[in-house]
Structures are given as C-alpha cells and as structure tokens.
Design a protein around this ligand. Structure first.
Ligand code: ZN
Length: 262
C-alpha cells in the first residue's frame, strides 16, 4: 500500500522526468479513476501545458501546471511509472501523460482513489483541507498534541486528518520500534513513551524514503511480519497478530506489552 515513502518515490519520478516537460497528449484508458473531471476536460486542460515541480502532502501528490493542478492519490495499489513510450501500456495504466521525452503512467489495479483536477492553488488547498500535519515535517510539540487524543494510538497515527502520510506498515513498524502496543490509549502514554514514538517515526521515515517504500529488511518488523512463523527481530519472541484501527496489526507481545494485561 502506498504510504509516505512510496509517494515520495512517485514525486521523485515526476520531478525527474516530468518537471519542465510539455504534455503533448493525455490518454485516458479508464475514466473510472477520474474524480470530478471528465476525460475530455482533463485532456483539453492539460495538453500543451508543462509539468511544474511536484509536491507531496501526506499520501497525496500535487502537480502544478501553470494555473491548474493535478492531485493524485494512489489508494491501495497505485503508482506512477515512467516509460520511454516504447513499452506497451500495462493493463492497469489508467491515465497516461504523454510528454516530449516519454510517458508518465498512472497505474492502479484497484482504483480506490484516483485523479482530481483543481482550477488553482486555492481549490487544491480546499480539496486537502482535512489533512493533518505531514508526518515528515511535524514538530515534536504538534506531534504531542495530536497523539494525546483519547483513542488507540494506532487509530490516531493512521488517521490522515490527525497526521498525514502514515499507513498500516509504517504505523506497526513505528510502534514496534518505540516498544508501544498499537492498542495503547494515546492519552495514557508517558512523555518518555511519546518521545520514543516521535523518534521512531522520524527514524523509520528517514530510512524508508530513499528506498521509495517501507523496506522489508531483516532488522525491521516489516521484514518479518508476513513470514509463516514470524518472530521479533529484536528478541526472537513469536509475533502476535490481531486487529487495531480496523487493520491487520502485528506486534511483539514481549517488547510491546498489552495494555489490558498489565
Ligand atoms: Zn520483541
């Protein structure tokens, strides 16, 4: 599932291959991913314009086009792929932006989210008005305020209107690093635990962004969680599975004690 590091990767693809390039055509293979805009309007508005410098906000990618902006969200299975134009389209390439030097392809299997067109920066800001502070740039004080909410810490960290950018893998990884059970109540964390959580988030993001995803390294929870009999890479205890914040959740019962059993 695309989370902050993945979208940073897509931002890099657009910045490297798209920025400053003119759009010569837009191919809409599946208008089912277009939100609030038709294929005709999208094509007409974009053709002849150049891609500006893309910006990421949470899990969103914003691409300015000297006036209007494209807003892209990658849902559970989306990506942004560069191709010289020689490879035949993939069957999940829903929209292709043809540039002077090749093609940027919005590829998505499940089509849970999609592509919006905002008339200007104000319209784009209105579309994203519900987003909380970005997980990559949020300061400690603001993070403390957000995570003091009286609800399970995993639910808060997953909630894009509280903190934008984190998803299921990242939140489990961060909680495991900080040795905090994902079902702990945010308002009951100690200040030391809250500091651990913040530092774990910073470290995980810093390490994940260069790889463009949440890496499945052997020293990471993410590198073990999907194995047949997964164990904690820190202490060797069998990992526990359950649900938190409505999602499949993995934790170490020894490193992250259950709030209900103590
Ligand atoms: Zn452990």
């Amino acid at each position: 599932m695309p989370e902050l590091p993945d979208v940073e990767g897509f931002r890099g693809v657009v910045a490297e291959y798209g920025t400053g390039r003119r759009i010569t055509a837009v191919r809409v293979a599946d208008p089912g991913v277009l939100r609030g805009v038709g294929a005709g309007e999208l094509t007409e508005t974009l053709t002849g314009r150049s891609f500006g410098e893309p910006e990421r906000r949470g899990k969103w990618l914003l691409v300015p086009l000297s006036g209007p902006l494209l807003l892209l969200h990658f849902g559970m299975t989306g990506s942004m792929v560069w191709d010289t134009g020689e490879t035949p389209p993939h069957r999940h390439d829903r929209v292709t932006f043809v540039l002077t030097n090749g093609e940027l392809r919005y590829r998505d299997m499940r089509k849970l989210r999609g592509i919006w067109l905002a008339a200007d920066q104000d319209a784009a800001d209105r579309l994203l008005a519900d987003l909380g502070p970005d997980a990559l740039t949020v300061g400690r004080r603001e993070f403390d305020g957000v995570t003091r909410a009286r609800r399970q810490i995993k639910a808060t960290l997953m909630d894009q209107s509280a903190l934008a950018g984190l998803g299921n893998l990242l939140v489990d990884e961060i909680c495991w690093r900080a040795r905090i059970h994902p079902r702990r109540q945010g308002d009951r964390l100690t200040e030391a635990e809250r500091g651990e959580l913040y530092r774990a988030m910073r470290r995980v993001l810093r390490d994940a962004i260069p790889t463009g995803r949440v890496p499945g390294r052997r020293s990471w929870l993410t590198g073990h969680r999907d194995g047949p009999h997964p164990t904690c890479p820190r202490c060797g205890t069998a990992l526990a599975h359950g649900r938190a914040a409505g999602r499949t959740t993995v934790w170490c019962p020894r490193c992250q004690p259950d709030p209900d059993s103590g």
